[in-house]
Design a protein around this ligand. Structure first.
Ligand code: SAM
Length: 288
């Protein structure tokens, strides 16, 4: 065991940095980045540019997702030996869909003081411009890359009364919006793209409208997507058939998803409900 002199144990500062506009750096962040012994950065080359801009010359060490556990151990030892460290990610707030949590947890367990420096985050920037009147939301970060997993995740929020907040990249936004439309229906939605940057773009409208924009626009930049809760329309119907028809007429859910939900809600056999839905869907197809 290495003897620890608690009077000299360092501090971990968790520092938010700009998500585009460098003017968004806080005065406190600038002071701490100058004063600490070491800056642990997700990508040292990226952070170096930020530091150069503000004429800061603090040494850097890399701290990225794949090395979180190993590097955290090393950084904790440095802080136990008295060094002060600032943790930054490439942009925004560390730990918000970015590395950071492992180090914070290890540092706290080791008795190191953790000081968060609040500042930019795409999450709060988008929320502040979205106008969520009841103030409740659920942050889900990046949706899964695989379609099946994405759809499964979305299906579990069909009844949610919260606004759902996602991060998404430009090359997946279209596929993701298509899944949202199919699973959650044509709800009201909002996106904040290129927030704080020159081509900042805020859009609001039904999911189908955003999907149309996503397929026609050159979607450079990163997105925060907010899907508002579905309408509070109550499912109505006296029989299983009525309920199935209600879903068919009022939602964009697939036959499979409708059957799954109705079977679960009524506590009846899924295969029976599925069979019934197949027949109803077939009849209405013939009629149309
Ligand atoms: N820790 C960061 C934060 O606090 O916002 C988020 C890091 S995460 C790896 C990157 C994602 O955040 C992007 O894919 C995008 O969804 C979102 N994002 C980051 N900067 C953004 C910006 N300027 N405008 C819109 N979304 C942004």
């Amino acid at each position: 065991m290495i003897p620890i002199n608690f009077t000299t144990v360092g501090t971990l500062y968790v520092v938010a940095t700009p998500i585009g506009n460098l003017e968004d750096i806080t005065l406190r962040a600038l002071r701490i980045l100058k004063e600490v012994d070491l800056i642990a950065a997700e990508d040292t080359r990226h952070t170096k540019q930020l530091l150069n801009h503000f004429d800061i010359h603090t040494p850097l060490i890399s701290y990225y997702r794949e090395k979180e556990a190993e590097r955290s151990e090393e950084l904790v030892q440095k802080m136990l030996a008295g060094e002060t460290i600032a943790l930054v990610s490439d942009a925004g707030t560390p730990g918000i869909s970015d590395p950071g949590a492992v180090l914070v947890k290890k540092a706290r367990t080791a008795g190191i003081t953790i000081v968060p420096l609040p500042g930019p985050s795409a999450l709060t920037a988008a929320l502040s411009a979205a106008g969520i009147t009841d103030g409740t939301f659920l942050f889900l970060g990046f949706p899964p890359a695989r379609k099946g997993q994405r759809q499964k995740l979305l299906s579990s929020f069909v009844d949610s009364s919260w606004s759902l907040v996602f991060y998404e990249s430009p090359h997946r936004i279209q596929a993701f919006l298509a899944d949202v439309l199919a699973i959650l229906g044509d709800r009201q939605a909002f996106w904040g793209r290129e927030l704080t940057k020159l081509y900042e773009d805020l859009q609001e409208g039904p999911v189908s409208h955003l999907l149309e924009l996503a397929s026609t626009k050159k979607n450079r930049g990163e997105f925060v997507l907010i899907i508002h809760p579905g309408s509070s329309q109550q499912v109505t119907g006296e029989s299983v058939e009525d309920i199935l028809l209600w879903y068919k007429e009022n939602t964009e859910l697939s036959l499979k998803d409708v059957s799954r939900r109705v079977a679960k809600d009524l506590g009846v056999s899924r295969s029976n409900v599925y069979q019934m839905a197949l027949e109803l869907w077939a009849v209405s197809k013939e009629e149309s």
